[in-house]
Design a protein around this ligand. Sequence first.
Ligand code: FES
Length: 574
Amino acid sequence: MTRRTPESLRSHRWFGVEDLRAFGHRSRTLQMGYGPEDFMGKPVVAIINTWSDAQPCHQHFRQRADEIKRGVWQAGGFPVELPALSLSESWVKPTTMLYRNLLALEVEELLRSHPIDGAVLMGGCDKTTPATIMGAISMNLPMIFMPAGPMMRAHYGGQILGSGSDVWKFWAEKEAGAITDQQWNDMEAGIARSHGTCMTMGTASTMTCIAEALGLTLPGATSIPAADAAHPRMAASCGRRIVDMIWEDLKPSDILTRQSVENALVVHNALAGSTNAMIHLVAMARRAGIEVKLTDFDDFAQKVPVIANLRPSGAWLMEDFHIAGGIRALMKRLEGLLHLEARTVTGKTLGETLEGAAVYNDDVIRPLDKPIAASGGTAILYGNLAPHGCVMKPPAAEPRLLSHTGPAIVFDTYDEMAKAVNDPDLDVTPDHVMVLRNAGPIGGPGMPEWGMLPLPKKLLREGVRDMLRISDARMSGTSYGACILHVSPEAHIGGPLAAVRNGDLITVDVPNRSIHLHLSDEEITERLELWKPPARDYPRGYYRLFAQHVRQAHEGCDFDFLEGAGGIPEPEIH
Ligand code: FES
C-alpha cells in the first residue's frame, strides 16, 4: 500500500508552504501553546464533538474527546476538536429531524473550511449518527464514526425498564388509571441512569449498528455501553486508527458500496431496527451515490430473520446484547447473508473483522433457526393512499390489525388529536383507523415522531391497547403498535392523505403490502382539487430553507442541494 507523504496532506496547504498566509496559520497555532513539533507535517484530525449541556446522552463526550486526542497524539497526529450541533432527542423541538440536515451541512463545512485531513465523528443520539456521517461522506475525507454507546439498564420497583418502550407502555397504564402518580415519579427517576444513548433497539442503537455494518466504526464499537471502561479504550483506538487511515488515504468512497449498504439492510432487519432507518439509510447512501429504494427494506425483510431479542420487539437490552457478544457476534451469525468482502475503516474486510466473534447467550442473539420472527420487521405498503409508499413494523402490532378495514377518524393537527383522545364522548371504536396528517417533512415541519398516536382514553379504559394508526409522521424507534408511517407524498403538499374524511373506509392488508382508501380515483382527484394547503408559511430563516429544499420521506428527507459528494472546490488560501 502506498502511504501519503506529509506534503500531500490537505493541511500542508495551510501549514507547510512559505507565504504570508502560512505565517498566519502557523503563528496562530503557536499562539495556542503548540510547538512546530506538535503539528508540522502531521495529519490534522478533526474531532467532531456533538457534546453540549443540552445533550444528556452525550455527557461523556468531553472526556471521550480527550481520549480520542490521546490516541491521535500516540499515533503522531495533531487533534483539533470542533464542536457541532448536539441535537438532543429529548430536548430539541419540534423535532431533531428538522435539524439533521443542518448538522450534516455543518459537519461538511467544518471539515472543508479548516485544515483537516481526517475526522472522528462523535455521535449516537438518533440524528447525530446519520447527520455526521452524511456530512463526512460528502466531504470524503478519511473518517471513523465513534458511537456514544448505550446507557445502563433502567429499573423501577424491581423491574428492568427499557428507554422509551416501557415509558409508552406505562403511560398507557397511567392513562387507564392502573398506576399511581408516585409510581410514575419513581419511574421518571429510574429510566435514565447514566450517560449514553437509549438502551433499547431504538433509533440510536439501530443507526450506530448500521454505521458499523457499513464499515464505518471500529469492530464491536457500537454495542459497548457508554459507562464501560472499554468505551474510552475504544475512543482512544479511534484516535490512533484515524491517523493511519489518513496516511493510507482510506476514504468513505473506498468503503461505501452497494454491498456495504446491503450489509446494513441485513443488520437492520436482524435487529428489527427502527423505522427511522428507512429515511436515514436512504439519505446516507444517496450522499455516496448509492440508490436505496424503500422496497429494498421489504425485500431484505423477507430474507432475514429477526435474531436480536431486544426491546421493543424482544426482551433484552443493549447491555445484555454486549455481554452476549454484541454486534460482532450478531454479524458472525449472519455471515451467510453478508458481503464479507466489504471494506471497513480498519483496512480489513468485514469478514476479517468478524474472526473470533462468538455468541455467548443464545436467547439474546438467537440462532438463525430459532429467531424471534422468521422474517424481518419491515413492511412497505403501497396503494392509492400512499403512491410513493409508507412503512410499518408488523411484529410491533397486534396481529388482528395486519389485515383490517375500518372507518377513518381524521385529525389535521397534533393538538386537535391530543384534545380529542381525552374526550370521553369521542365517537370512536377499536375498529376505527386513526389518521393524523400535516405531520410530514414540510407539514410537521421535520416529520415529528407523532406516528404512535395516543389511543383514545375511553378505549384504554376498556382495555384496548392497539389500533390502526396512519400518518405522514415518523415514530420513535422505541415505539410500537399498528402504526403506519412516512406516508408519501405527505398531506401538506397534496398527497392523497389530504383527501381522507371522517368515516371513509381504509383497508390495510400487510400480507399483500397494500393500503387502500375506498374511494374512486375521480373522487380523490375532485377532493384534492377543492383542498387548500394548510396555512403554514415560513417567511424567512432555516424553516424556509428547509421547506423549500427537503425531499419526501421515501427519498430520505435530505436537502435536494446536499445530495451526493464532492463538486465543491477546495477553499482558496489567500
Ligand atoms: Fe438520546 Fe434516545 S434520547 S438516544
